[in-house]
Ligand binder design. Sequence first.
Ligand code: AHM
Ligand code: MG
Length: 338
Amino acid sequence: MSTSSQSAHVQTDIITLTRFILQEQAKVTSTTTGDFTLLLNSLQFAFKAIAYNIRRSTLINLVGLSGTANSTGDDQKKLDVIGDEIFINAMKASGKVKVIVSEEQEDLIVFDNDGTYAVVCDPIDGSSNLDAGVSVGTIFGVYKLRGNEGSIKEVLRPGKELVAAGYTTYGASANLVLTTGNGVNGFTLDNALGEFILTHPNLKIPSSRAIYSVNEGNSFYWPEGTRKFFESIKFPEDGSKPYSARYIGSMVADVHRTILYGGLFAYPADKKSKNGKLRLLYEGFPMAMIIEQAGGSAINDAGERILDLVPTAIHQRSGIWLGSVDEVAKAKKYLDLN
Ligand code: AHM
Ligand code: MG
């Protein structure tokens, strides 16, 4: 093999997450303090540490329940607790985060520092899948504080005020998908280098795709509009092909596929879960920001834009419909029937 063809297989000019962030920040250098860069650096450390522990969990007896329940009564897995601790410690150590909301903590946490950011997160989402080795992930959103004191008002704000959002999937590889309000970029963790490498620049979601992703087991409880919509794509009356179903049961993995392939992901409200299952602040908002930044849309059961909603409680739930613009628009027509 010639030298040039050998080198063709070896990337010698790699864009790591750190390099990417520094480049992005350099574009707005007059207004930046470097705090956001440090915050993102601490975030990526948390993702690496969580990925590492998930990968070895079966070997070091980290599978199974911890014997505790979280703020909303869900049984916690050992890894839920560990992931939460890793995340909170990393945010605290950054010195740049004053307020944290975590799915695993009943109340918000306020640090005694001069941090200027609030971070909302679900440290390990989809944890019911953990013991089977199915993909799980971390979801996060970042608000810039308006005041100097850390108060709940800093996070009971509409999703459109997030300055950054993202998720990391822990599956065959760890994939970090990030937006700072200027498009969406995807990074893959190179385990040997210990670096997230830019592998999916400027991610765009296809505008339509005949794939739906929902827990069909809840269809007994669905309201009429929701039921009729899913019926309409499974039994099309216009001669078109029925949609394909894909449901992993890990929001991060289902949303990641939806961004890459297109389609619709939904966790609607139903008679059993009157406000839906997913949490607005740290699941709905970050995912809605990413989806919109990738060219898709995200609405609730009333057809309202998710990012316009204003939470009144940190663990508030909401019905969520997100994905390709055409697919969400198709579903929206039926939501009026609910
Ligand atoms: P969790 O935050 O307790 O892990 O629950 C959220 C998860 C999502 O990842 C996923 O979309 C949903 O719950 C699946 O719920 P279900 O098992 O009811 O289909
Ligand atoms: Mg969750």
